[in-house]
Design a protein around this ligand. Structure first.
Ligand code: ZN
Length: 481
């Protein structure tokens, strides 16, 4: 399928052994030992590679890239291998995977500057816990936090459930250390809030999915730990009502409103069928739900803020019923209902997925229009559109009709994507809100992105990686393909 490339490949042991010498024999994996690095969690892709290298520091990464650039060896950077678009998967039998697993040190927590300097292989949860120990909050929070890494989070500009108040991954970074394709180290680990000295290079590498350089460390922003949290599960009549409620909540709570998630009844029903211990938080069913959370500095005041919001919402017919969590356990359970919503689709058969965003004000119209289109294309298809209403980001997933043939349904993946993305385009939205482009959406990007923006992206890639060694074929098509 793919054309043979002319570049020199380390196809023999002598060439590979030069790479092995940089990290030492026990940090260079081959054969069976590579398996966990070649499989991706959803089993969408099975990768192949010549070797996995686990460097210990930026200097070793630098030596690897300098040698790879000289020998035109394909390098695929990999963090926790939890990516959902195949960006971390190597597809070339001569490729070398550079795993950041050993770049796992938290170098410094500076509570007074509200910063934390971490290496890129630090697992997100470990970063969150280090912040807690210093009585601070690192607010990036997402389903894979127990195994994804900071480097992967930044490379994909991850989102998650607290973007509403704190922004995406890229908004949480003050400084970066990056190894460029030629092995040079860009040392930008600065803690400055203000630094207007020309182009802001750090943002080039965030969201670049390892195609422009390998992030080896970052200075992350910390925030005050919340002293009180109020979480509510709210039954609402429609996405329109949820949108009005969101703006009511923002006007009352401002940036203390940290999450505002929208979920349809069917997603809760999947939870009730497939998530052990799940139960409906409300007495009777509602067509849509909101999971809202407010952070505050005082337990009683925070709860009162939530109660007033809900009472106000009821008066305006935006809220039909609601429950506020009374304990940490209840809060955990409510969040579990939300975070399990991807997994509980699996036992329901095939699911065609979209990770889209539209302007927040357009979410209700988008849902209505896309759902009408999907139901017309595939009668009986079950739309499971849930996600981060506060960010205009929905995981617009479509489960197969009950009893339908899974393979036949999944064969409609591209046609359905095309139809849904056309509606996204109509509302001036994005085909990838928080998962990235990787391999899965590379060709979609080429169609959806503004052509001028796309040509600038190609120019940047050409400048920073002229030999095309860094994660080729991800995000952008190669020049020849
Ligand atoms: Zn999400």
């Amino acid at each position: 399928m793919t054309k043979k490339k002319k570049s020199v490949k380390p196809s023999n042991d002598a060439a590979l052994s030069r790479f092995v010498r940089i990290v030492g024999e026990k940090n260079a994996l081959r054969g069976e030992d590579m398996t966990p690095y070649l499989r991706e969690q959803r089993d969408l892709y099975r990768g192949k590679a010549a070797m996995v290298l686990k460097p210990a520091n930026a200097e070793e990464v630098s030596k690897i890239l300098a040698l790879a650039d000289k020998t035109k060896t394909v390098i695929v950077p990999q963090g926790g291998n939890t990516g959902l678009v195949g960006g971390q998967v190597p597809f070339d039998k001569n490729a070398i995977v550079v795993s950041t697993a050993r770049l796992n040190k938290i170098r410094e927590v500076d509570a007074n500057a509200n910063t934390m300097t971490v290496e890129s292989g630090v697992i997100l949860q470990n970063a969150q816990e280090a912040a807690v120990k210093a009585e601070r909050l690192f607010p990036l929070s997402l389903g894979a936090e127990g195994s994804c890494t900071i480097g992967g989070n930044l490379s994909t500009n991850a989102g998650g459930t607290q973007v509403l108040a704190y922004g995406n991954a890229r908004d949480l970074v003050l400084g970066l250390e990056v190894v460029l394709a030629n092995g040079k180290i860009l040392r930008g680990l600065r803690k400055l809030k203000k630094d207007n000295t020309g182009y802001d290079l750090r943002h080039l590498f965030m969201g670049a999915e390892g195609t422009l350089g390998i992030i080896t460390a970052a200075v992350l922003k910390l925030f005050p730990s919340p002293r009180a949290i109020s979480t509510a599960w709210i039954g609402v009549p429609s996405p329109e009502a949820a949108l009005t409620l969101l703006n009511l909540a923002l006007s009352r709570a401002g940036t203390s409103l940290t999450s505002f998630e929208l979920m349809p009844r069917i997603a809760l029903e999947f939870d009730l069928r497939h998530l052990p211990g799940a139960r409906d938080p409300l007495a009777s069913p509602h067509p849509w739900y909101v999971l809202a959370e407010i952070f505050g500095d005082d337990e009683a005041r925070t709860r009162e803020l939530m109660e007033t919001l809900l009472a106000d919402g009821m008066e305006k017919n935006l809220v039909v019923d609601a429950t506020i969590s009374e304990s940490v356990e209840q809060r955990t359970m409510l969040w579990k209902l939300r975070t399990a919503m991807s997994d509980v689709q699996k036992p329901e058969g095939g699911s065609i997925k979209h990770d889209i965003s539209v302007p927040v004000s357009s979410v209700p119209a988008f849902v209505k229009e896309a759902t009408a289109k999907v139901e017309k294309m595939i009668p009986g298809a079950r739309v499971v559109a849930f996600g981060h209403l506060g960010d205009g980001n929905l995981h617009y997933n479509v489960s197969q009709p009950v009893g339908a043939d899974k393979a036949k349904f999944l064969a409609k993946w591209e046609a359905l994507n095309e139809a849904v993305h056309a509606i996204v385009a109509k509302y001036e939205g994005s085909i990838s809100a928080e998962h990235g482009i990787g391999f899965l959406k590379r060709d979609l990007l080429a169609k959806a992105k503004d052509p001028v923006a796309l040509s600038v992206m190609h120019a940047i890639k050409q400048t920073l990686d002229p030999n095309g060694i860094l994660n080729p074929g991800k995000v952008l098509r190669g020049r020849k393909s």
